[in-house]
Design a protein around this ligand. Sequence first.
Ligand SMILES: *Cc1c(COP(=O)(O)O)cnc(C)c1O
Length: 455
Amino acid sequence: MADQTKFLLTEDDIPTAWYNIQADLPFELPPVLHPGTKQPVGPDDLAPLFPMALILQEVSRERWVEIPSPVREVYKLWRPTPLYRAHRLEKALQTPAKIFYKYEGVSPAGSHKPNTAVAQAFYNKEAGTKRITTETGAGQWGSALALACQLFGIELKVYMVKVSYEQKPYRRALMETWGAQVVPSPSEDTQAGRAILAKDPNNTGSLGIAISEAVEDAVTNPTPTKYALGSVLNHVLMHQSVIGLEAKRQLEMAGVYPDILVGCIGGGSNFAGFTYPFIGDKLTGRAPNLRVVAVEPAAAPSLTRGIYAYDYGDTSMMTPLLKMYTLGHSFIPAPIHAGGLRYHGMASSVCELYRHGVIEARAVQQRATFEAGVMFARTEGILPAPEAAHAIRATIDEAIRCREEGVSRVIAFNLCGHGHFDLSAYERYLAGKIEDYELPQSEIERAQAELPVVA
Ligand SMILES: *Cc1c(COP(=O)(O)O)cnc(C)c1O
């Protein structure tokens, strides 16, 4: 069917196993180090924070990890997600390229994040966890986990960066509707929060502070409490592989194999989830010419301008050390509107694939990104999350290149979320108030001067 628009699978087609790229990597992932001893962490070091099933998934080399049936049952609420052919965008661009997008915005929380939140809630439930703590910035991860904890009967406390708590009341209301307790961070509920408030009562918070609070709460609360993270870690990326596994079958239905895959990167999870099942083909020689493009904001350019080094995952230097392309844990991102992409570091496997030349990276500016997001909304109808608009920008640029070169290529990108909670950002863009931001090299150097010393 030449003009088919949606490629749909049935509930029976929901993948039965996650794909673990660690089985196919031609190199080792660098070990995660203990923040105190700077020695590789073992499962026991992580046990206070995560259930053992997730810790084992973190280091698993099994290619396929079975998806428990209670998780697949919840996935049925929105999975399989649709794959679209972007006929109208192609036409507007007058490109010979064939553009496809996988739409993860159909989940109840409006993004890909419930794919891992549901899995994490399930394994915690199995392990007897009664309560989970987490941090959230703009509220995307907090809302996904609130949904998942509600469905599995686990209490959730979300430390929400205070400035977002005050400026984004709708995400907070969504989390509370799903039964989570949400407090502005820094809060009076933890040592870490009280110490900061004592020095600076008007502190507006940061993700790093919120992580410190959530971790302290998890390890000190008398109720069996664990901590959950929405990106960066291997098990999170693996849970997201349902996106790419479905997309692969849907592109087969469309009779194509992609030439170019595109995804935006904050911590790397939606990008990995979408692309790794295809990168597995590339690594094993079945798709040698596949190009894979990771897109980041010019305001937080971890891959394109970061340094490859061990660094903390958070600003407060509490988490284990990860080897990654980092802007430095003390890097303070500009207040750009793609809140999910303002992270200083990047998932280890994404970094290694980049370092070994398997994937490419590009940084894009905020205005060009919103321009692409608006063009997409006006042609395809769906209002993309500002994060997803980064992938759209790069996709459009590749499609224009196809036009200029007179070549038809198949380009597929991950539309990782809708932008219904980001309308104030669109309002600002339409009013001409969004600005580009070029990160000064001196700022990167300042933050990188504070990298931990690892022998
Ligand atoms: C959280 C989020 C991101 C960034 O996180 P990744 O782990 O890189 O995927 C991107 N897009 C949306 C819609 C998000 O909610």
